[in-house]
Design a protein around this ligand. Structure first.
Ligand code: SF4
Ligand code: SF4
Length: 77
């Protein structure tokens, strides 16, 4: 169990337009839109609740979501 990994969505806030498509397709509803600096961006508000299904990444029309495996100490770019 300890070696089990899943991928979590990482949202590139410079690409995200706040369109909300990822929020709509997420089956467990762990994505939401947050407003910062007058700009809406998607945010993962419940990482443990994410199943790693990648539907959000597939649906995003702006390629703002990258699935990244965790936990991985060297997983940063
Ligand atoms: S689908 Fe992509 S662009 Fe739209 S809110 Fe989600 S991450 Fe942002
Ligand atoms: S990978 Fe699946 S469960 Fe996780 S945030 Fe994206 S759509 Fe939701």
């Amino acid at each position: 169990m300890a070696t089990e990994r899943k991928a979590l969505p990482v949202i590139d806030k410079t690409r995200c337009t706040g369109c909300g498509w990822c929020v709509a397709v997420c089956p467990p509803h762990v994505l939401s839109l947050a407003v910062a600096n007058w700009q809406k961006t998607a945010t993962l508000h419940d990482g443990p609740g994410c199943t790693g299904c990648a539907k959000c990444a597939v649906r995003c029309p702006f390629a703002a979501i990258t699935m990244r495996r965790i936990p991985d100490p060297d997983g940063t770019r």
